[in-house]
Design a binder for this molecule. Structure first.
Ligand SMILES: [Zn+2]
Length: 101
């Protein structure tokens, strides 16, 4: 066994849908996108529906109400952690969306 430092540097360019989502957050709005084929709403937008393979072009503003579908209490510190433990990480199904974020 060997222990060695590891570093991973990457850059992410937000897609058009992600950019609209992030601008919406800055304005205090939750913006998702609806699939024109199946009607599922994705938030954050993925740009395309994985079921139908078509672009999700219909923007949908969602309420700030949802259901916590799962959560975890984080008690273990790790390098680069932005929030000091203990804290809760949760997935929330926003009302009107089809998938938890
Ligand atoms: Zn679809």
């Amino acid at each position: 066994m060997i222990t060695t430092p590891v570093r991973l540097h990457y850059e992410h360019t937000a897609s058009a849908g992600e950019s609209r989502f992030l601008r919406g957050l800055a304005d205090g709005r939750l913006l998702g996108e609806r699939c024109p084929a199946c009607g599922k709403v994705y938030i954050p937008p993925r740009g395309a529906c994985p079921t139908d393979g078509v672009p999700t072009t219909d923007e949908v503003e969602l309420p700030d109400i949802g259901t916590v579908t799962t959560f975890c209490v984080v008690n273990v510190p790790y390098p680069g952690q932005r929030v000091a433990p203990p804290y809760v990480a949760a997935a929330v199904l926003i009302d009107g969306a089809n998938f938890a974020a």
